[in-house]
Design a protein around this ligand. Structure first.
Ligand code: ADE
Length: 250
């Protein structure tokens, strides 16, 4: 009976097998395609609009998904991998715009922490980025996952292309020099994207360790849209290669 129950639950994809499950999250197809194409024993489960791919990558149990762009999509995906798939760790992989002017296209930023730059309760005296009920603006990534991401990124791209820093998240594609300056000044951000801060908040709520990897597809300025279109694939694959390298050592 017990065996049957475990079998039935496994078939539903609601119980993690023995060992840990790592959730690997991207926002767009381009950010997960390379990883999906190399997974083994894939079992698909659709919940709402998001398809979750359970299987093996680098011999590790993972659940891979594309959430769609933006904070709400990302939060739904993060919540679901934790509650439905028992994710023990979360790695977000994808692309971002550069805020730190010393960084170059295709470099990688590993999240030391994340902020949500579109949160504004300044009318109540809170600093930009701070939600009510919080005493800080940032969500900190897991130190061990940061270290592993750094080691893996250096192996894949070389030391000069890897930065550990702050990622700013908001429901906006930034393509404006003034906004870049604002995000640098106000938040000391190195990169900007549209999902990481939401995943970080959900992970923190449940106490699940996470890290966000972002390869730079553009410089978030007036040319961002054009440059993004040219480099999004290279950047997305750089980030995905680092995830593979991380899984090898997990
Ligand atoms: N993702 C990639 N580039 C971005 C940008 N410039 N703004 C927000 N998200 C991004």
């Amino acid at each position: 009976m017990k065996k049957f129950l475990i079998g039935a639950l496994l078939a539903l994809g609601t119980v993690t097998a023995y060992g840990e499950t790592v959730a690997v999250i991207g926002a767009m197809d381009k950010e997960i395609n390379l990883l999906k194409s190399q997974m083994k024993n894939i079992k698909e489960k659709k919940i709402g609009r998001i398809t979750y791919y359970k299987g093996k990558l680098e011999n590790k149990d993972i659940v891979l998904l594309k959430t769609g762009v933006g904070k709400v999509n990302a939060a739904v995906g993060a919540d679901t991998v934790i509650r439905e798939f028992g994710a023990d760790k979360i790695i977000f992989t994808g692309v971002a715009g550069a805020i730190n002017r010393n960084l170059n296209i295709a470099d990688v930023v590993i999240s030391k922490d994340l902020v949500q730059h579109d949160v504004d309760l300044t009318a109540f005296g809170a600093p930009m980025g701070q939600l009510s009920g919080e005493s800080k603006i940032e969500f900190s990534a897991d130190p061990q996952l940061i270290k592993l991401a750094e080691k893996s990124a250096i192996k894949v791209l070389g030391k000069d292309k890897v930065t550990i820093g702050r990622i700013a998240t908001g429901d906006q594609f930034i393509a404006n020099k003034e906004k870049v300056q604002f995000l640098g000044k106000e938040f000391n951000a190195d990169a900007v994207e549209m999902e990481g801060g939401a995943v970080a908040q959900v992970a923190e709520i449940y106490g699940v360790p996470f890290v966000v990897l972002r390869a730079l597809s553009d410089k978030a300025d007036g040319s961002a849209e054009m440059v993004y279109s040219e480099f999004v694939e290279v950047a997305a694959d750089n980030s995905a290669e680092i995830v593979k390298e991380m899984l090898k050592s997990m």
